[in-house]
Design a protein around this ligand. Structure first.
Ligand SMILES: Cc1cc2nc3c(=O)[nH]c(=O)nc-3n(C[C@H](O)[C@H](O)[C@H](O)COP(=O)(O)O)c2cc1C
Length: 434
């Protein structure tokens, strides 16, 4: 008997697919009709409890549960995403699914055509999870299991801070976009550090392998994105320097995030002299931390910039593109726009940066990737790897496997590889359309 099949019953724990579906349904009902006073907090706690039960069941080895998860996602995750009043609820629930490993797992090994590398570190595929989904490092293993080759946690601020008042996340379904003004809600350095240290201690994959990945899985990377407290002086480097000191020993790469429009003064740090000073301070601290901690390698540090850097374009973005079709009230919400409408901006930014720095410093492309087609365009423009976020909100957790499958099919059809197409535009190579 195929215990893993839809009809399969795992006798050891007595859970079958239908029962798991029922459980998912009751969680779903609980979420939708839960504590309305503190909808986000109350719902999240309820889901936490229910998912802990499922996690125990999964760890007991219930084969039917893996199959049932597909039902859970069709019954719970996507209806939630569509039906819940507050997109922040959906976000918190999705993080919890990741936390307990209750996500659709991508069990297929990534084909060689997708292989890439960042700073000389091999990556099984080029698709990563962008910062802002797992702000506090709770769902790293779940998101890696979903098929991402890298997960960037954060932005993390030194001291805990609540972020902006709610509501602060808005879906623009007709535009395939999101506006968020979370404002770096973060549990702060100390708590996230403890969580990461605990993960290393508890991890199933022992670090006695041939690799030294902080992601703890070969071919995968853990990025840690550093933010800044709202109450810190606008021009101060100290928050980023503290972030490097705290997290360098636990990251495969660090990110200095100067891209958020939601912290006053943050984007001013993108100006070239200011950025140069900031990066000098950050790199100094990185070198000192690497030495003090006796780390084998220097941890690479990236800068995350917004795709809309000139004054004029900044004004344009603040106004929102005239092409947005969603409800006018939504479109005018303050905050960072992400998803399909930022694709041309992100692509253009990668192209410009690539023409300045060539292929010596790797570029990670991000903004509006929802399928293999956009990922391929970023590669051709010069991105060595890409990240996605909003397409998960819009299309659900299948977006990552879909993007990889489309890329792999394209490469196999045309006898190409990801590595070969990176920077194709600059070399004047015209790629066949996807
Ligand atoms: C709800 C939300 C929260 C985000 N929070 C952060 C953050 O804390 N730090 C950060 O560097 N980027 C953050 N981002 C930006 C994403 O990392 C990404 O750069 C952006 O969404 C563009 O990619 P996408 O079009 O695939 O979503 C956030 C995006 C969204 C939608």
């Amino acid at each position: 008997m195929d215990k893993g099949g839809a009809e399969g019953v795992d006798r050891k724990v007595g859970v079958d697919a239908a029962q798991a579906d029922k459980l998912a349904l009751s969680v779903c009902v609980g979420v939708l009709f839960g504590n309305r006073k503190d909808r986000v907090g109350g719902v999240a706690a309820g889901v936490d409890n229910a998912l802990q039960v499922l996690e125990v069941v999964r760890d007991l080895g219930a084969a039917g549960v893996a199959q049932a998860l597909v039902g859970i996602h069709s019954l719970l995750t996507m209806p939630l995403v569509r039906a819940t009043v507050d997109p922040e609820v959906a976000h918190q629930v999705a993080v919890r699914f990741g936390k307990y490993g209750l996500v659709p797992r991508d069990r297929k090994p990534d084909p060689d055509v997708l292989a890439t590398d960042l700073w000389g570190l091999p990556l099984a595929n080029p698709v990563g999870l962008a910062a802002g989904f797992d702000k506090n490092g709770e769902a790293i293993d779940g998101m890696l299991a979903m098929g991402f080759a890298s997960v960037e946690i954060g932005s993390i601020t030194p001291r805990p801070q609540p972020g902006n008042p709610k509501p602060r996340v808005f879906r623009l379904p007709e535009d395939g976009a999101v506006i968020n003004r979370y404002g770096f809600n973060s549990e702060g350095h100390t708590l996230v550090l403890q969580r990461l240290q605990q993960r290393v201690r508890a991890h199933k994959y022992k670090q006695d392998k041939d690799h030294d990945r902080k992601a703890l899985i070969e071919g995968k990377l853990l990025g840690i994105n550093l933010g800044k407290n709202k109450s810190s002086a606008a021009e101060s480097h100290e928050d980023y320097v503290k972030g490097v000191r705290t997290f360098a020993p636990l990251a495969d790469y660090l990110v200095v995030n100067v891209s958020s429009p939601n912290t006053p003064g943050l984007r001013a740090l993108q100006k070239s002299e200011v950025l140069r000073e900031l990066m000098a301070a950050v790199v100094n601290e990185r070198d000192a931390t690497v030495k003090a901690a006796g780390l084998a390698k220097k941890v690479p540090v990236c800068v995350k910039i917004a795709p809309d850097m000139s004054e004029e374009e900044l004004r344009d973005v603040a106004k929102r593109p005239a092409s947005l079709k969603s409800d006018a009230e939504l479109v005018q919400q303050a905050g960072g726009l992400s998803g399909a409408p930022v694709f041309p901006l992100g692509l253009r930014a990668v192209r410009i940066v690539r023409s300045e720095i060539g292929d010596k410093i790797p570029i990670i492309g991000c903004g509006g990737i929802a399928s293999g087609k956009e990922a391929l365009a970023y590669a051709a423009a010069g991105a060595r790897a890409v990240q996605m976020y909003t397409s998960l909100v819009m299309d659900g957790p299948g977006a990552v496997a879909k993007t990889k499958d489309e890329l792999a099919a394209y490469f196999e059809k045309h006898g190409l590889t990801w590595r070969e197409v990176v920077g194709a535009e600059e070399r004047g190579v015209k790629l066949p359309p996807m």
